[in-house]
Ligand binder design. Structure first.
Ligand code: NAD
Length: 275
């Protein structure tokens, strides 16, 4: 049966792939993004393949903007059946320069070299807000319509760094751990009103955001890119399409007794101890 699916961050690399796949299944997709242009581009692609989609400019951190978005979607499509909380990401201000602290690092004076002691609290808050509040707030606005209706669910996007933190990115790792924890909390909270809540925990997907971190200009891997591939039993980065089948399953009534799970889609990264 056709559903109305709201996806935040839908103009981005991973969620645009999910939007296109869900539209192909016959669902109506509302693509929310801070960047309307990015969402519009995906809508054009969906429509040119015969699907139904709507681009809505909204900020997942702004309640008023989300309420407006909800009104627009309800008018055009109807009430939201499924919410995918995809908006998220890291920020360089919440990132250290080295994996571990060395004594000589404390003497370095380059302005772009950051130890734990230099981390900017505003950068940390930006990352926490975007990933955690940016999941909680859209859920408050869109899930009220789901209460006591059939086959409604929420899918959050966590990360495999929620299981074990990655070096250098304490804010992003902590924020995604909060997203996984919230997924379980909300699954319990909503269990009696018929809303299932689950999450994907993607591993490393090569996207525009991390391309220069993981690959050099000639396409070879950087040392960090190499380290990741060495720690990924399947020996490759993820592709956006790798997220599709799990998303279709978790958004469908075939998973009607599944709630509160965080599914790693990481080529085995989170299962591997490195030895
Ligand atoms: P992306 O940067 O390509 O897409 C993110 C989208 O969110 C962008 O279109 C951006 O405009 C939008 N956005 C940013 N701030 C927003 C706001 N305040 N309100 C509304 N929209 C906003 O990112 P991606 O790589 O496709 O990641 C999608 C999700 O998957 C994120 O939650 C990310 O943390 C998570 N994730 C990504 C990876 C990866 O390797 N790329 C791995 C694990 C988890």
């Amino acid at each position: 049966m056709s559903k109305i699916i709201v996806i935040t961050g839908a103009g981005g690399v991973l969620c645009s792939a999910l939007a296109k796949a869900l539209a192909k299944e016959g669902h109506k997709i509302a693509l929310l993004d801070l960047c309307k242009e990015a969402a519009n581009k995906v809508v054009t692609e969906i429509e040119s393949s015969g699907g139904l989609a709507l681009a809505v400019e909204a900020n997942v951190l702004d309640k008023t903007s989300l309420i407006k978005a909800r009104e627009k979607i309800t008018q055009q499509f109807g009430e939201c059946d499924i919410l995918i909380n995809g908006a998220g990401g890291n920020h360089p201000k919440g990132t250290t320069s080295q994996s571990s602290l060395n004594l000589e690092d404390l003497k370095r004076e380059e302005s772009d070299f950051k130890t734990f002691f230099d981390l900017d609290i505003d950068g940390i808050k930006f990352v926490f807000d975007l990933n955690f509040i940016g999941t909680l707030l859209p859920t408050q606005i869109f899930s009220k319509d789901m209460v006591e209706r059939q086959d409604c669910s929420i899918l959050n996007i966590s990360s495999m760094n929620a299981f074990t933190p990655l070096t250098k990115i304490p804010a992003y790792s902590g924020a995604k751990a909060a997203v996984s924890n919230f997924t379980q909390w909300l699954a319990v909270h909503f269990a009696k009103v018929g809303i299932r809540v689950n999450a994907l925990a993607p591993g490393f997907f090569l996207t525009e955001q991390n391309r220069t971190l993981l690959t050099k200009e000639d396409g070879d891997l950087t040392p960090r890119g190499n380290l990741i591939i060495e720690q990924t039993p399947m020996g490759r980065f993820g592709k956006p399409e790798d997220l599709i089948s799990t998303t279709l399953w978790l958004c469908d009534k075939r998973s009607s007794f599944v709630t509160g799970v965080v599914v790693p889609i990481d080529g085995g990264f989170s299962a591997y101890s490195g030895v």
